[in-house]
Unconditional design. Structure first.
Length: 435
């Protein structure tokens, strides 16, 4: 390291944001994610044994994804290469992979490639990684705030462990705050008094985001005048210093799920006003609009279904609009889909039907497909059960014949309601049976 680089490093130690200065270097100093890094847990074992395999860290901002990757870099005997999918293109990715290949070829040294925001890579960029992972040229560690099962290629997912990181608990926040106040690289040289109410307000409104919490604390400390040698921080000071005044959305880890549940139940209960209220609450709290759109697509089939077949079309279109437009404008698309679904006639007949059919498949003798419905090229095909009747050869393109296995011949899974379009379905099916 030259003198200029050393000077820069020393300056950064003093001027870097508090969250960066406090970033832990070892697993013992890491806060949160006990289900992954606790004694005997998966990450604890693989890091200590240096048996790192390709993995993707999935979780909200500020919970330790990048920090864990850097801890691995500090403890592993492998080369560590870091890039961001936000700023890197395919050309740069190929260059980095070539470096990793040369490390293994000439220095007999494996490389860990850490890709932040990996969901930003398109399909082609993700595909480029596959042979290098497959051959063991790189160990991939990806970090993403988006659900990898929706955003990453299936081929890439199959080669990686998906590790879910959770929002930090209040107890984790307390540890971080105490370290910030008492550590030399934090505010040990400041005489700080922070009230219990201010702490609770800070933890509650940081939504489990450790970085957000530390940044807000830093603003509060540095912008509050010292009185008699003491910096006093109460709830009003902390409220003024929050970078973003988040709604109480993730309090105790339940508000996210409670609000989403109330949103769907309001749609199911045909209350468009309540549905819009909970939609607004989720959007203002910073909820991922894709999460909301996915819930709408599910509700369209679970709660409305064939009572209004257009519900699924509109919900799916809203999901596509969210992808194309993004916030803030996509709130309008979500509002349109929400009010349409909430105002539509309801039916859960398809939902109940598939659940009952799956239950029978899992728990009963599934029987045999009628021979005349099977592929006629099947080696054991037997025509003694009769010939398949082609419905289009008959009036109304309908002819009565058994389609279910003999053991289920009288089973009825789909029971349309008399709501909306399903009333017409009911009438049509009844008319066919009568004729």
């Amino acid at each position: 390291m030259d003198l200029f680089t050393m000077n820069m490093e020393n300056n950064l130690k003093k001027s870097a944001p508090l969250a960066n200065r406090l970033r832990p270097k070892t697993l013992e100093d890491f806060v949160g994610q006990h289900h992954l890094v606790g004694e005997g847990k998966y990450l604890n074992r693989v890091i200590k044994s240096d048996r790192i395999s390709s993995m993707v860290f999935y979780g909200p901002p500020g919970v330790g994804k990048t920090t864990l990757a850097k801890i691995i870099a500090n403890t592993t005997e492998k080369r560590f290469i870091q890039i961001s999918a936000v700023t890197s293109n395919l050309k740069e990715l190929r260059e980095v992979l070539k470096i990793a290949e040369d490390n293994l070829k000439f220095d007999n040294m494996e490389s860990i490639l850490f890709i932040d925001e990996i969901h930003r890579f398109n399909k082609s960029q993700q595909d480029v990684l596959l042979p290098f992972i497959e051959k063991g040229i790189i160990i991939l560690i990806g970090a993403t705030t988006e659900n990898p099962y929706f955003e990453l290629n299936k081929a890439l997912i199959s080669r990686c462990q998906i590790l879910t990181l959770k929002s930090l608990e209040s107890s984790d926040m307390e540890i971080l705050l105490n370290k910030a106040i008492n550590d030399e690289i934090g505010f040990k040289n400041y005489n700080i008094e922070i009230t219990k109410e201010a702490k609770e307000f800070l933890f509650r409104n940081s939504s489990g985001d450790g970085r957000n919490m530390l940044n807000s604390l830093e603003i509060a400390v540095l912008s509050t005048d010292s009185i008699d040698g003491k910096i006093y921080i109460d709830e009003s000071v902390m409220e003024d210093c929050l970078q973003v005044k988040n709604l109480q959305y993730d309090k105790n880890g339940n508000e996210h799920y409670d609000t989403a549940s109330a949103f769907i139940k309001s749609i199911r209960g045909t209350d468009p006003d309540a549905a819009l209220y909970y939609l607004a609450k989720m959007l203002e709290a910073g909820e991922d609009p894709k999460f909301i759109a996915r819930r709408l697509v599910i509700s369209a089939s679970e709660d409305i279904s064939n009572a209004d077949p257009m519900a699924l079309v509109i919900a799916t279109a809203a999901f596509e609009a969210v992808n194309i437009i993004g916030l803030p404008e996509c709130r309008i698309n979500l509002a349109q889909a929400t009010t349409y679904l909430a105002s539509a006639p309801k039916s859960n007949a398809a939902y109940l039907g598939i659940n009952e059919a799956i239950n029978d498949i899992r728990n009963k003798n599934i029987g045999k497909i009628p021979m005349y419905l099977r592929d006629s090229h099947t080696p054991d095909y037997d025509s003694s059960e009769g010939k398949y009747k082609y419905p289009h050869d008959y009036n109304n393109s309908y002819v009565k014949q058994r389609y279910l296995p003999l053991e289920f011949q009288n089973k009825k899974y789909y029971n349309p309601t008399n709501n909306g379009y399903e009333k017409r379905i009911n009438q049509y099916l009844d008319r066919l049976k009568e004729e």
